[in-house]
Design a protein around this ligand. Structure first.
Ligand code: AMP
Ligand code: ZN
Length: 461
């Protein structure tokens, strides 16, 4: 069975044919590092990690290159730096913010079971490539210099008589409508009201770099050009898959396509554009003002990362997801069960029933149903291998159980002491005392089970 992926540009599922099966290339827009990542940001991380793992399974680990950038030039970073480190020079303060936030992001997504991408380029390390692309765009007549800015003209792109894609094709918008609907108070240096910034002057104290030819003052890049430059540097002018959240289709990805295709005179930047749907919390849009804004870090305090991972994959990546406590609790129970039956079993081969739905545009809900099927058929070796392929079972069953006990705040040695006391009471037929201890344990949230081998216990969630 072939891998089929939904392409945002053609709005259909198409069979995936890599440009070079020995070098399958994927780019996903990464975080802007100024604060803790929220659970919505975890969605593209988890979804494209599953795709990365699937591609490695299909084409071999050495033949897949996954690039996810770190955006470390941004106004939000500058604001945060000025607020948190008022005594430091701004550039030093920015360094502190991006380094610390980058570290937090890695710790969070590692805990979600996401593999590190093959390359994680930082925008600040690719200013030279950005300048080069911008100069090509100016030379080609797609961009112009005005008041120390460089602006890209979508109208110049669509007027060009060439192989170029149409500006607006990815996001399914017409440029004429965009022009008609644009705000009236556009910056005076813009020739057209849909023109967007490739480069802008830096304010005093802000990070700045030598500008593209034709501008004397130092400046800094716009956001969209960063991804065109990093994708070009690490994946070439034309690659297989470009991904991100649905909110990035316009303007970010539309502008990336425009920049890359016009600079390199080509009809495509990526062959498949993939976008994950949005996440909301308990049926409401997540926002700081509504007070329902949850960071990955907050959730990791209460749940193992694999529970968050499973919970994310229960919904198909293109659908909106409603993140609820109820669903998290169910995901927790499922993983407890899988750990019990599969974590310590030598893996067999990942099951076809698990892989096939993944090949159908990452149908993870169907994949999870297949995992339940393996569990019910007592195919522990198949379940183990399949779960590992999907990024689960990073711990042993004992570690999993131990962490749960720790997380629930119970003292394991105290429980073991009470259980021995209860065993002794039962041996001398003091059932009143043994029942009292059972109730005491229950009040601590501990459920016990007696069998021929002795008494075991677990946390009753
Ligand atoms: P940002 O740092 O806001 O640029 O977001 C990083 C990534 O997270 C992008 O791919 C966004 O599309 C994605 N993202 C942000 N918020 C959500 C959300 N609520 N649900 C799903 N994806 C999101
Ligand atoms: Zn991007």
């Amino acid at each position: 069975m072939d891998l089929r992926l939904h392409d945002t540009l053609t709005r259909e599922k198409r069979t995936f044919v890599p440009l070079d099966p020995k070098n399958v290339r994927m780019y996903v827009c990464g975080p802007t590092v100024y604060d803790f990542a929220h659970i919505g940001n975890a969605r593209p991380v988890i979804v494209f990690d599953v795709l990365f793992r699937l591609l490695r399974h299909l084409y071999g680990e050495a033949h897949v290159k996954y690039v996810r950038n770190i955006t470390d030039v941004d106004d939000k970073i500058n604001d945060r730096a000025a607020r948190d480190f008022p005594g430091l020079p701004l550039n030093e303060a920015i360094g502190k913010v991006t380094e610390e936030t980058g570290r937090q992001f890695h710790a969070d997504v590692d805990a979600l079971g996401a593999l590190r991408p093959s390359v994680e380029p930082r925008a600040t390390e690719h200013i030279g490539e950005m300048r080069e692309i911008i100069e090509k765009l100016i030379a080609g007549g797609f961009a112009y210099v005005a008041e120390d800015h460089v602006l890209f003209s979508p109208q110049a792109m669509n007027a060009a008589n060439s192989e170029l894609p149409r500006y607006g094709a990815l996001s399914n918008r017409s440029l004429d409508e965009m022009v008609a609907g644009a705000r009236v108070d556009v910056a005076p240096y813009k020739r057209g009201n849909t023109d967007f910034v490739l480069w802008k002057p830096s304010k005093p104290g802000e990070p700045s770099w030598p500008s593209p030819a034709g501008i004397k003052a130092e400046g800094r890049p716009g956001w969209h050009i960063e991804c065109s430059a990093m994708a070009w540097k690490h994946l070439g002018t034309h690659f297989d898959i470009h991904g991100g959240g649905i909110d990035l289709v316009f303007p970010h990805h539309e502008n990336e396509v425009a920049q890359s295709c016009c600079a390199f005179h080509q009809s495509r930047m990526a062959n498949y554009w993939m976008h994950n749907g949005f996440l909301q919390v308990e049926s409401e849009k997540m926002s700081k003002s509504l007070g329902n804004f949850i960071t990955i870090r907050d959730l990791l305090a209460d749940w193992p990362g694999e529970v968050l991972r499973l919970n994310m994959l229960k919904t198909h990546y293109r659908s909106p997801i409603d993140w609820t406590l109820k669903s998290l609790e169910e995901s927790g129970k499922t993983l407890d069960d899988w750990y019990r039956v599969a974590a310590d079993v030598p893996p067999g081969k990942p099951a076809t029933s698990v892989i096939e739905p993944l090949l159908d545009d990452l149908n993870t809900p169907q994949t999870i149903a297949a995992l339940h099927g393996l569990r019910n058929a007592s195919d522990a070796a198949g379940l183990t291998a399949s779960l590992r392929l999907l990024g689960f079972l990073s711990e042993t069953a004992a570690q999993w159980e131990g962490r749960k006990r720790q997380a629930s705040g119970v003292d394991a040695s105290e429980i073991d002491r009470l259980i021995s006391e209860r065993t002794a009471a039962r041996a001398r037929k003091d059932f009143k005392e043994s029942d009292r201890i059972r109730d005491q344990l229950a009040a601590m949230g501990v459920a016990i089970k007696d069998s021929k081998e002795g008494t075991t216990w677990e946390i009753a969630r």
